[in-house]
Design a protein around this ligand. Structure first.
Ligand code: PA5
Length: 449
């Protein structure tokens, strides 16, 4: 297997027989997932996506990415939630940390900026200033085609394109990723003639990174989307057994479930590379939206080490004992650095000369794991051998399979998100959206109290 999962650091917390006792629940979950008999099965097409994806559309994505690279310096990617986090995770992980700041000849693809992922006016104004007179294109991504944040941002950047290039040329710089048949964005794209890419019906937002939702921005950034899909395909083959002694994605699902039942109800996804911060943000949506239902589920949180050891470290070591950690450790970073030699030892670092900074990172991660175990925090570990597209595709599928199975062990529908609607009703009511008249009165009265 390319990604490996390690439970040796929960030995003090979980006995071996607890895994075998979890097997029947995992087998039941596996059957629901693969036989499509579980709740929400109509949204489980992601299970076979790495072997079933639309090859013709994949080629069009690569051509569109080339076109964007040939006529633009910047791609503004507009989307939120599942229509944003996967691309952000991959673009950050697969490119240099300061990619947008590099010169054109140092960068492989275009600079990627995200928009439509908040309701902040300052963010939009500042991004318009960053674009300045640089050539740019827009990829607007929305499955429903009606989400407020991306719709607002799309108006702003569409009008900027029209002002800069004229209405007809602007249309050639807009790429719309949306439902194949319906929705406001679908209809606008059809009448304006934007190039469109489809989000398959059977793939929900948080599982959509391996569709055009993620693939177009990732390809435009210069990363290798073919390798990404190959990694996911190899993982699909690897994780096809229901036996948790053979399927590490299911072993992870079982470990999480055992820990949850013992009262470890918050999981921290830990990384040791700043370029992996959005891996955690993507994972939080995947886990939280899938499992957080019926007043149950593991609360997904994250910490970026070593940075957060200087802020959250105290709590993790000695605070409430309901935490466990899953460390995603990159075994070989994309680059390394020797600690510079210095005459004398004024900074007290002489003892580190001769080892690389990545060795410091690895020793720090090993030390932190031991300290956290001693503090009562169970530690799971996922090892990634390389910072590349193949490994990322593999890891994406590992987490998707784990949460699909895990959700069914909780007896919930892992593929819907009814709770996301509650805030929208309140927001639309307060903004006076047509159709919300009664709610508008009720919510405004509550604010006026
Ligand atoms: O998982 C979800 O359903 C959400 O996070 C959506 O992806 C998010 O609200 C964006 O939705 P849409 O793609 O319809 O604009």
């Amino acid at each position: 297997a390319h990604i490996t999962f390690d439970t040796k650091n929960i030995e003090n917390f979980v006995a071996d027989h607890e895994f075998s006792e979890m097997q029947p629940l995992i087998t039941m979950a596996d059957q629901q997932l693969r036989n499509r008999t579980g709740a929400g099965a109509e949204y489980s097409d992601w299970v076979t996506l790495p072997t079933d994806y639309d090859q013709e559309e994949f080629s069009r994505i690569q051509l569109a990415a080339k076109k964007i690279q040939s006529n633009s310096k910047i791609l503004v990617v507009i989307g939120i939630g599942g229509s944003y986090l996967g691309a952000k995770m991959a673009v950050d992980f697969l490119n240099p940390v300061f990619n947008n700041e590099l010169s054109d000849d140092q960068r492989q693809g275009v600079k990627i900026y995200f928009a439509g992922n908040s309701t902040s006016a300052s963010y939009l104004n500042d991004l318009v200033r960053v674009i300045g007179d640089q050539d740019f294109s827009v990829n607007v991504i929305s499955k429903s085609g009606t989400t407020t944040e991306p719709s607002i941002a799309f108006r702003v950047f569409k009008q900027l394109l029209e002002k800069k290039y004229g209405a007809d040329a602007a249309k050639k710089r807009i790429f719309a990723t949306t439902d194949a048949n319906r929705g406001a964005l679908h209809d606008e794209a059809a009448s304006a003639g934007y190039e469109t890419f489809a989000i398959p019906d059977g793939v929900g937002g948080r599982f959509s990174v391996l569709t055009a939702v993620g693939l177009l921005p990732i390809a435009a950034s210069g990363a290798d989307i073919q390798a990404l899909m190959t990694g996911a395909k190899d993982a699909q083959i690897e994780y096809s057994d229901d036996d948790i002694t053979k399927n590490e994605a299911y072993k992870y699902a079982a470990a999480r479930r055992i820990l949850y039942d013992k009262g470890y109800t918050t999981e921290l996804l830990i990384n040791w590379e700043p370029s992996m911060q959005y891996l955690s943000e993507w994972w939080k949506q995947l886990m939280g939206e899938s499992e957080g239902k019926n007043q149950k589920g593991i609360y997904p949180s994250s910490a970026n080490f070593s940075t957060d050891l200087h802020s959250l470290g105290q709590y993790i070591q000695e605070g409430r004992r309901d935490l466990f950690e899953t460390v995603v450790k990159l075994d070989n970073p994309v680059s390394n650095l020797d600690l510079p030699h210095e005459a004398g030892n004024n900074d007290g670092l002489k003892y580190l000369e001769g080892i690389t900074i990545d060795e410091v990172n690895t020793k720090a991660s090993q030390g932190v794991t031991l300290a956290h175990i001693d503090g009562g925090v169970p530690n799971l570990a996922v090892h990634m051998p390389a910072q590349d597209a193949y490994s990322l595709g593999y890891l994406i599928y590992f987490f998707e399979m784990a949460v699909g199975a895990s959700g069914y062990t909780f007896g919930i529908n892992p593929f819907n998100q009814p709770g996301v609607e509650a805030y929208k009703t309140a927001m639309f009511a307060l903004l006076g959206k047509p159709g919300y008249e009664e709610a508008t009165k009720a919510f405004r009265a509550r604010l006026d109290k």
